[in-house]
Design a protein around this ligand. Structure first.
Ligand code: ATP
Length: 442
């Protein structure tokens, strides 16, 4: 299967089965903005829930917050986003298309007569590169005046830094400790694309860990290890995960070290999470811009310092795409192609499908009652239409790990058939125990 074909198939499966739809589709769609459908919202929610459990609930040294998307405009001056969060762009005066100045398709130097537009082919129509800020701007209050400009946050991290003191004081944590947050971020990306990989509205799962200077390198290594393990535990193919270390030209000027977790997508190895040793840059800048003291007093040693920060920053949508790509497979079964999303049962949107073999002999009644029981414990789906093989296939495409069939033996012997999505093997399980049987495996 050619790799572009795989993405096309995945996008079409996502639409057909209700994972992901294009935003405002009936109006022709909105560029690089996507909506999650009934299955997609469950899948992405499972990603976020697993992250929250691992980062907040399972640990004593991390607190969660949920900060607002709109923040004081000075935050983005302190963070460097107003000055530095820019891409150089060129416009074609002829066809009105806009490109990144470093677009490899541009021949010649933009702004010069020899430069050629990669779309309409005109010569000398490309403007000089101009800086374009990636932050979405809006206005707060009734008058659209400069004083009231606010930005939609381009990352969630700043909501954590500005609440560092509030959380420290209210939670009675001591350094080292972390603050975690999941939330929307917005970037007016110039070259968005690859489905939900790079979008203009997306969700981040970020954690900032505050440490004593000098212990940062050690914490950085620990966090690298823990985060990679988390991706493995999602069930992703370990041979498609690797580290990419930022070289000197990629590293932000304040960063002490940065590694990306990369996944091998059909369009190449790409970042899904970044782990950064940010030094004292963030709290230092907020102290400077806000005038509020943000240093930490360590009682044990009588020392005062601005904590260093180790950041882990993952995209919920990128991880969701990773799960979809990793899970997608096609198999030949009895001369037919079967499409399977082989999710780890813990992330699968629906855990069990319940099917009465036929719509008579008391089977629908038993199946409905079983379905009601299961649905109280985990997402389940009832399907009584079409041949049983077709019902299994529909569940394979949705990534449902277990199919439960109520048949003639259920009414006489009180057992059901449990059919496993990946092996297609079937086994008989007692009707009374099937809910526990599945709960244990999801
Ligand atoms: P990229 O180089 O891919 O644009 P980045 O280095 O700018 O990413 P960060 O600012 O480190 O990304 O953001 C952390 C994480 O947030 C990324 O690893 C990614 O998972 C997610 N993310 C960033 N930008 C987007 C986007 N436009 N769409 C979806 N997810 C994103």
């Amino acid at each position: 299967m050619a790799d572009t074909t795989l993405m096309d198939k995945l996008v079409s499966l996502c639409k057909r089965r209700g994972f992901v739809f294009q935003s405002s589709e009936i109006y022709g769609g909105l560029g690089s903005v996507w909506d999650y459908g009934p299955l997609g919202v469950e899948l992405k929610k499972n990603v976020k829930d697993r992250w929250w459990r691992a980062m907040v609930h399972a640990r004593d040294d991390i607190e969660g917050i949920d900060a607002a998307i709109l923040m004081h405009a000075r935050v983005w001056e302190a963070s460097g986003h107003v000055a530095g969060f820019t891409d150089p762009l060129v416009d074609c005066r002829q066809c009105k298309n806009r490109f990144r100045a470093d677009d490899p398709r541009i021949k010649g130097t933009p702004g010069q007569p020899d430069a050629q537009c990669p779309v309409c082919g005109s010569k000398g129509t490309l403007t000089e590169p101009r800086l374009f800020n990636l932050m979405f701007k809006t206005f707060m209050g009734p008058v659209e005046e400069q004083a009231a400009v606010v930005y939609l946050r381009p990352e969630t991290a700043q909501g954590i830094y500005v609440n560092y003191l509030n959380v420290l004081q209210s939670s009675r944590q001591k350094i080292p400790f972390g603050i975690a947050q999941i939330g929307k971020a917005f970037r007016n990306e110039i070259t968005p694309g690859n489905f939900i990989f790079r979008t203009r509205e997306f969700e981040q799962m970020e954690m900032q860990f505050f440490v004593k200077p000098g212990t940062d390198a050690e914490w950085f290594e620990r966090w690298r290890e823990w985060r990679m393990q988390w991706h493995h535990e999602l069930g992703l193919d370990p041979t498609r995960l690797r580290w990419h270390q930022h070289g000197p030209d990629e590293l932000a000027h304040y960063a002490r070290a940065a590694f990306d977790v990369q996944y091998e997508f059909p369009f190449g190895w790409q970042e899904i999470e970044g782990i950064h040793n940010r030094g004292d840059f963030d709290l230092g800048r907020h102290q400077e811009y806000s005038g509020k003291k943000l240093d930490y007093f360590e009682q044990a040693t009588n020392e005062r310092f601005i904590p260093y920060i180790v950041e882990t920053s993952a995209g919920a949508d990128r991880v969701t795409l990773t799960l979809l790509v990793d899970a997608y497979r096609e198999e030949e079964v009895d001369g037919e192609t079967r499409v399977v999303l082989g999710f780890h049962p813990a992330v699968a949107p629906i855990k069990a499908g319940v099917f009465p073999l036929v719509k008579k002999d008391g089977m629908p009644e038993v199946a409905t009652s079983l379905y009601r029981d299961l649905k109280r414990r985990f997402p389940s789906f009832y399907d009584d239409s079409g041949a049983i093989g077709r019902r299994y296939r529909r569940m394979d495409e949705a990534g449902t790990p277990f199919g439960i069939t109520v048949d003639g033996e259920t009414t006489s012997g009180r057992t059901v058939t449990v059919r496993h999505r990946d092996s297609m093997q079937q086994e008989r399980v007692s009707l009374d125990q099937v809910a526990d049987y599945i709960a244990e495996r999801v």
